[in-house]
Design a binder for this molecule. Structure first.
Ligand SMILES: O=C1O[C@H](COP(=O)(O)O)[C@@H](O)[C@H](O)[C@H]1O
Length: 243
């Protein structure tokens, strides 16, 4: 599994931006479009700002890129917690991406209905083929969650290929997440993780005994490529040979 460890977060972000551009160009050259599921939270904001600026901005045919969300908080699109809002402000608006290329979760619906609707949206986009994202971007929480696959939640055992609602006790809130089987159909998955507070989670997910209840990111085993983009602080608990 390719592991890209850089000294500082800035270099990690540039490494992943270059990987994003390469994946986008290859998908567009081969299949005419690039479908990406974006991650949320704090870590990817700077990546999105980087992609929307020189030199990366000019390196992708953005009108052929289709944006989905790996997970969403059950909040309106204007809420500071909204993953969609963050992506819109950091990436989609600066690049002037057309609404027809962006597929947010409809959080005006109750969580279960929002998840069902998002499943149908994804299926319709890929039909008649299976839903296979060209790239899934993921983050990692210090509790080893990824997307909104949180420890000890029923969605960890969901074998459906789609989106699901999940109540996250520690947040006392619903989220909508893509299921692990859908994420794993991707042609490529890239984790972006930086900061010392993630070091234990990185080590447990990558090298701990399998325990998906505790370390949900262990569920990620895509049919395609799996890449980890880490800074040295996040990789600190890995043995030297691995990092
Ligand atoms: O809640 C979330 O957390 C993870 C990790 O986010 P980070 O802020 O620690 O980088 C993120 O990947 C997910 O999309 C988000 O909703």
């Amino acid at each position: 599994m390719p592991l890209h460890v850089h000294a500082a977060p800035d270099a990690v972000l540039h490494g992943l931006a270059e990987y994003f551009v390469a994946q986008a160009r290859a998908a567009i050259a081969g299949r005419g479009r690039f479908s990406v599921a974006l991650s949320g939270g704090n870590s990817p904001k700077k990546l999105y700002e980087l992609l929307a600026a020189a030199p990366y901005r000019a390196q992708v045919a953005w009108d052929k890129v289709y944006f989905f969300f790996g997970d969403e908080r059950n909040v309106p699109p204007t809420d500071p917690e909204s993953n969609y809002r963050m992506a819109r402000e950091a990436l989609l608006d600066p690049l002037d991406i057309a609404d027809a290329q962006v597929f947010p979760v409809d959080t005006s619906l109750p969580p279960a209905a929002a998840a069902e609707a998002y499943t149908r949206t994804i299926q319709a986009f890929f039909a008649p083929e299976d839903a296979v994202f060209d790239l899934v971007l993921l983050g990692l929480g210090d509790n080893s969650h990824t997307a909104s696959l949180f420890p000890h939640t029923p969605v960890l055992h969901d074998t459906s290929v789609g989106a699901r609602e999940v109540f996250v006790e520690e947040k006392q809130a619903y989220r909508i997440t893509l299921t692990a089987p859908l994420l794993n159909q991707a042609r490529a998955v890239a984790f972006l993780v930086y900061g010392a507070d993630k070091a234990a989670a990185v080590q447990q997910v990558m090298q701990g005994a399998r325990n998906v209840e505790e370390f949900p990111a262990q569920l990620i085993a895509p049919a395609g490529e799996l890449h980890w983009f880490l800074d040295m602080a996040a990789a600190a608990a890995l043995p030297p040979a691995a990092s």
